[in-house]
Design a protein around this ligand. Structure first.
Ligand code: KG4
Ligand code: ZN
Length: 329
């Protein structure tokens, strides 16, 4: 089945064409420039950029995939969670295409996109039946258990999401946004160039009961300490504590639930330090990360999540609305 997938939940306008599990093309416009002045995403600005770019991207995606518009058999769109005005752009364009092409319209939960992103292009039979998952992005920090398409959330962030913490700390240190990749690459060069006895500063690793996360304390720690230490020391201590919190919860879940497959998705899953440290956790057998191009928001993961969950997703009609829950459904 040839589908056209649309993702506009935040600040990436993305279109993908898939034939079942195979991605034929993905084109994404990331709105970094537009949000530079405000040092953060303003939903109204983001929705204006989505509506400006979306048709150009649809044309590009069709061209790159060698598929004609009239060959498309279904439209798949992110219905939420995300920013209301930006989701509305994608959903409205999706309805219009479904109406004009006379093909069915299907909603996909954004977090399901991140959840299945490590398996993009693979047949769904390759996805393990049961695994622990970690969804870490600018909007979410969720740990849970996946069991034959059923989701059991173990913990969530009580305040800032981990990616949001990276972005806020980057702003405090006067770095450009998004902060995650910059902080991660500074951290990486510190580990290559500095001796371990030069980097002794540490920030406390938040340890909430059970499986919840919190990142606002770590941000406050940066505010209190940034004038007393070099930016490199702050970056080093921040990343150790931010990723340390994730590692501790994953260890706890592996110990408690005895599940040894782990799936990680979302923008922060690109983090180099996380990728190397998580492998050191005892007992974990398989770790599934998305390819770097599929870590941040993209429409390929939305189209692929539809391929995996097709039997569970109900067709929408032209009354379709955006989904205003924060969760994974
Ligand atoms: O998944 P995503 O594109 O958007 C949401 O759904 O929120 O994630 C974007 C987030 C940003 O906060 C960005 O700073 C973070 O992912 N990020 C990283 C890295 N690359 C992107 N955080 C830490 N390390 C990275 N290498
Ligand atoms: Zn996302």
């Amino acid at each position: 089945m040839k589908i056209l997938a649309i993702e506009t939940s935040c600040d990436d306008t993305s279109i993908a064409i898939l034939n079942d599990n195979i991605v034929l093309s993905t084109v994404t416009y990331s709105q970094y420039e537009e949000h530079k002045i405000t040092k953060g995403v303003v939903p109204e600005t983001a929705s204006r950029v989505h509506s400006k770019k979306i048709f150009v991207l649809i044309n590009e995606a069709l061209e790159q995939s060698n598929i004609k518009m009239n060959e498309i058999e279904a439209i798949v769109v992110t219905s939420g969670p995300g920013l209301l005005p930006t989701l509305q752009v994608g959903v409205t364009v999706a309805k219009m295409l479904s109406y004009l092409l006379n093909v069915p319209l299907y909603p996909v939960n954004h977090l399901k996109g991140h959840l299945y992103s490590p398996f993009i292009d693979q047949k769904k039979e390759k996805i393990p039946n049961k695994f622990i998952f970690l969804l870490i992005s600018g909007g979410h920090t969720i740990i849970g258990i996946y069991d034959k398409k059923k989701i059991n959330i173990l913990g969530n962030t009580l305040d800032d999401a981990i990616g949001e913490a990276y972005d806020k700390v980057a702003r405090l240190l006067n770095f450009e946004l998004p902060g995650g990749p910059i902080i991660d690459s500074i951290y990486h060069s510190i580990t290559l160039t500095k001796k371990s006895d030069e980097m002794t500063l540490s920030a406390p690793i938040t340890n909430l009961a059970k499986y919840n996360f919190s990142y606002s304390g770590l941000k406050s720690w940066v505010i209190q300490n940034k004038k007393k230490h070099s930016y490199e020391e702050i970056v080093f201590a921040f990343q150790n504590a931010a990723i340390g919190q994730l590692l501790n919860k994953v260890k706890k879940a592996v110990d408690e639930y005895k599940i040894y497959d782990l799936v990680i998705g979302g923008g922060v899953s690109a983090n180099k330090y996380l990728r190397s440290e998580i492998k050191k956790i005892d007992d974990i057998k398989n770790i599934y990360f998305p390819k770097l191009i599929y870590t941040t928001d993209n429409a390929a993961m939305i189209g692929y999540a539809f391929y995996v969950e097709k039997s569970l997703i109900e067709k929408e009609d032209l009354l379709m609305d955006v989904l205003l829950t924060k969760g994974i459904k």
